[in-house]
Write a protein that binds this ligand. Structure first.
Ligand code: SME
Length: 159
């Protein structure tokens, strides 16, 4: 999807530029990471109205479902499994334009068509995963990667 795409008068990039300082202000004075993850997903959803947006936290060598908005989802994901487990293993964002083309994709909801996963890192270690699903194909691009990484970096400071 083109970065220049205009949604309700603002490009995706413009929306992220408005959202970033809001998220920074929301979380920088709060030490509770669950509260911060909850507000980050709410802020993202208020701006973009995603099909599903949420966090998985690394807990004792497994990803465990954290704060999210959207339909009910899988509660635990193993290292290296699915898009989330792959992002954790690779320590990199993973962009999936068509979930049917991603081997091992975990379908928590059959309506999900494309997905982006960005790790929350502290000193090179993944502590959580931000997962966003769309019910349309090809919803995410490099712009999402850039700004979601910045949001995850802000959040990492509160872990
Ligand atoms: N599709 C993800 C699982 C999490 S749900 O999308 C919320 C995956 O393959 O890891």
């Amino acid at each position: 999807m083109a970065e220049e795409l205009i949604v309700k008068g603002q490009s995706k990039r413009e929306k992220y530029l408005v959202l970033l300082p809001q998220i920074k202000a929301l979380i920088e004075g709060e030490k509770d990471v669950i509260a911060n993850m909850a507000n980050v997903v709410a802020a993202l959803n208020q701006t973009f109205h995603f099909f599903w947006v949420g966090f998985y936290q690394v807990k004792e060598e497994v990803l465990v479902l954290g704060p999210f908005q959207g339909p009910v989802a899988c509660t635990r994901i193993q290292f290296g499994k699915g898009v989330c487990g792959t992002s954790w293993k690779e320590r990199q964002p993973v962009l999936v334009p068509d979930v049917n083309q991603f081997p091992g994709h975990i379908a928590c909801n059959s309506a999900s068509k494309s997905e982006i996963v960005v790790p929350v890192m502290i000193e090179g270690e993944v502590v959580a995963i931000l997962d966003i699903d769309s019910d349309e194909f090809d919803s995410f691009d490099a712009t999402d990667v850039i700004y979601l990484e910045r949001i995850c970096a802000l959040l990492a400071k509160t872990f």
